[in-house]
Design a binder for this molecule. Structure first.
Ligand code: DX5
Ligand code: ZN
Length: 232
């Protein structure tokens, strides 16, 4: 398993989002993405309330875990009450669980939720949406292992990248320690990936740009997303 938080790999990590996978053969697609060179899998959870879509629950995360026993599962909770889902996803094999700064009541609440996830053995992540001011997240960054900058308004795959979020990413990157990871999610295609990497992103979520392609293109696409060999 490549663990983003202990790995010595310097190159950007690629995390295909299973939201874009073929759910008629999800286990096969998960394993095929890892065989094609993905570093970990991103699991997009939507509650139909925080975002206008419903995606999957802990049982699907568990299915991914059974299909890929040695893969790091990066769970992204696009939900109004994330705390309800911490234990069900931890028990379903999540390695990291991220929730949105937009749903927490205070800085202390964000810190308490991060501590709860750490207690459970999961890496805590905090997520910020494109319209949210970066000032909202800066005071709590130190409580998290992972910071996820949304580059689309969450709810659906296949949307267009919002370039303005790169300014936010650069600001956040300056405040992170070397062991914290900065991730981006939404509209990440090979043409966009270098811009994100240059802004300090070191984990790229890619849904439709991987799973939306013919399977025999996945290895090539993942390599393109990573950028030139020199970025090793
Ligand atoms: C929020 C989701 C999407 C998705 C990525 O809507 O988190 O960002 O996983 O989808 P693509 O890579 O297809 O934009
Ligand atoms: Zn996501």
């Amino acid at each position: 398993m490549i663990d983003p938080f202990t790995s010595s790999i310097k190159r950007p990590l690629i995390a295909p989002s299973i939201l874009a996978a073929d759910f008629a053969k999800l286990g096969h697609d998960c394993q095929a993405a890892m065989d094609a060179g993905a570093d970990l899998l991103h699991v997009d959870i939507m509650d139909g309330h925080f975002v206008p879509n419903l995606s999957m629950g802990p049982v699907v995360c568990g299915a991914c875990r059974r299909a890929c026993p040695d893969t790091f599962l990066d769970v992204h909770l696009m939900v109004t009450t994330p705390q309800m889902f911490f234990k069900p996803f931890r028990d379903s094999g999540a390695n990291a669980i991220s929730f949105h700064i937009e749903v927490v009541d205070s800085q202390q609440h964000a810190r308490d939720l991060a501590a709860e996830l750490r207690e459970m053995g999961c890496h805590p992540g905090i997520v910020i949406n494109p319209p949210t001011d970066v000032e909202k997240i800066l005071p709590v960054l130190d409580a998290f292992d992972l910071v996820l900058v949304m580059s689309v308004n969450p709810g659906f795959g296949g949307q267009a990248f919002i370039p303005e979020v790169l300014t936010k990413a650069k600001t956040i990157k300056q405040l992170l320690t070397p062991t914290q990871r900065l991730e981006i999610d939404g509209g990440i295609v090979p043409q966009i990936a270098p811009l994100a990497i240059d802004a300090g992103i070191d984990m790229l979520v890619a849904g439709s740009s991987v799973f939306g392609q013919p399977k025999d293109q996945w290895t090539h696409t993942i390599e393109l997303l990573r950028g030139p060999k020199s970025r090793k």
